[in-house]
Write a protein that binds this ligand. Structure first.
Ligand SMILES: Nc1nc2c(ncn2[C@@H]2O[C@H](COP(=O)(O)OP(=O)(O)OP(=O)(O)O)[C@@H](O)[C@H]2O)c(=O)[nH]1
Length: 376
């Protein structure tokens, strides 16, 4: 900390705080090898792994989170559940944190004269004031409480989360503190048309692009629809083109072009068919989560560390400005140096500020040197 001449002008030293995060303060970014070797920070980043569950309305997000909860509990692992859907009516699990406890969605509609979607966005925006508490709580849970996974269930209107300021704030806060993975739930039953399939995949791709986080696509409802078609379309361009054949010419050309564009996306994609009703393939899903969390540590964390450092620097600058303003408004006046002139031959470093008389009397560390008088 750095305490300058005026006692009210207590400023936060960026170097002190940034070093606290084991980062260099000259703007440099730790290399990946630094990251791996730095065990303490690795551990700090390790728990809990946060899964942000996104997907179109009705794709099965809430059912998926519920099954995930019961699946993990079999192994004495209790995921920390967060519901961010203010409009959710029937919740098949008991969340640890629930937006509905803080924001009444119907009341928001009434108070602000909004429709359902506008009210969901506003409710989430209002809830951002609670995000720091949410982050604090997440920071306190740990593996000892068997909460090694935190799951965030989001509103059905996917754009409410991915394209809103509140969604971005939460995603950034999570990813700059914990290993964070996006789980995109896709409804197999509703994606059997190649055009719908393509739309869904483009959406998934845009979410990946927006969040810049490890990504898993969950092909949900495999108990009622065989997922083979989706996997084939992702990995066999010709098979997808054959399926598109019957569509109108403009759409089929566009869809083919899109499929080529998505080729790279498919190659890197972690994708798993599951059933949120029966729990089919959940063991494989959790293997993917482990891989994605490791991927976060290896590849994404350096970037998020950089972001965290920038955010911290901005916050510190803002805080310091507030402290300066406070010093001025509380009658301290403009900040001026305590010493404007010194006697010949003296340096500022020569100056010794005498402590209070009380402190001096208890000083047994040797003989007290008389304080330097500014008027000397
Ligand atoms: N057969 C089958 N039905 C499922 C599965 N997952 C979800 N469902 C059903 O799909 C419907 C929608 O599921 P929800 O979990 O409410 O979907 P959601 O994505 O949370 O919906 P919103 O909150 O409206 O976005 C419900 O009737 C579920 O029972 C599944 O794996 N198999």
């Amino acid at each position: 900390m750095n305490c300058s001449y005026s006692h009210l002008n207590f400023r936060l030293d960026e170097r002190y705080i940034i070093n606290h995060f084991n980062m260099e303060c000259d703007g440099g970014t730790p290399s990946s090898s630094d990251v791996i070797e730095d065990k303490t920070e690795y551990e700090a980043f390790k728990s809990p792994v946060c899964l942000i569950v996104l997907g179109m309305a009705g794709s099965g997000k809430t059912t998926f989170v519920s099954k995930l909860n019961s699946y993990l509990r079999q192994f004495k692992r209790a995921p920390y559940l967060i519901n961010l859907d203010p409009a959710c009516k029937n919740m098949p699990y008991t969340p640890n944190i629930d937006i509905r406890d803080s924001v009444k969605y119907k009341q928001v509609m009434k108070n602000y004269g909004l429709g359902p979607n506008g009210a969901i966005v506003t409710a989430l925006n209002l809830y951002t004031t609670k995000f720091h508490q949410l982050m604090d709580l997440l920071g306190k849970i740990n593996v000892e409480n068997s909460h090694d996974i935190a799951v965030i269930d989001t509103p059905g209107q996917i754009e409410v989360f991915t394209w809103s300021a509140s969604g971005q704030i939460l995603t950034e806060s999570l990813a700059s503190t914990f290993p964070t993975v996006v789980v995109y739930v896709m409804d197999l039953e509703r994606s059997t048309s190649p055009i719908t399939f393509m739309s869904n995949m483009l959406y998934a791709c845009s979410v990946l692009y927006k969040t810049k986080l490890p990504f898993i696509v969950v092909l949900n409802k495999s108990d009622i629809v065989d997922p083979t078609y989706a996997i084939e379309w992702m990995h066999d361009f010709e098979a997808f083109c054959d399926a598109v054949e019957n569509e109108s010419s403009y759409m089929s050309n566009l869809t083919r072009t899109m499929a080529l564009t998505l080729d790279e996306f498919y190659n890197e994609l972690k994708c798993i068919p599951v059933s949120s009703l029966t729990g089919h393939n959940f063991d494989e899903f959790f293997k993917m989560v482990d891989e994605a969390a490791d991927e976060f540590q290896r590849e994404y964390r350096v970037e998020w560390n950089k972001l965290r450092k920038e955010k911290l620097q901005t916050e510190i600058s803002q805080l310091n400005k507030k402290l300066d303003d406070l010093a001025v408004s509380s009658g301290e006046g403009e900040l001026v140096p305590l010493f404007t002139s010194l006697s010949a031959g003296r340096e500022i470093s020569d100056i010794y500020l005498a402590p209070n008389a009380d402190e001096m009397s208890g000083d047994s560390e040797g003989e007290e040197v008389p304080g330097f008088n500014v008027n000397d």
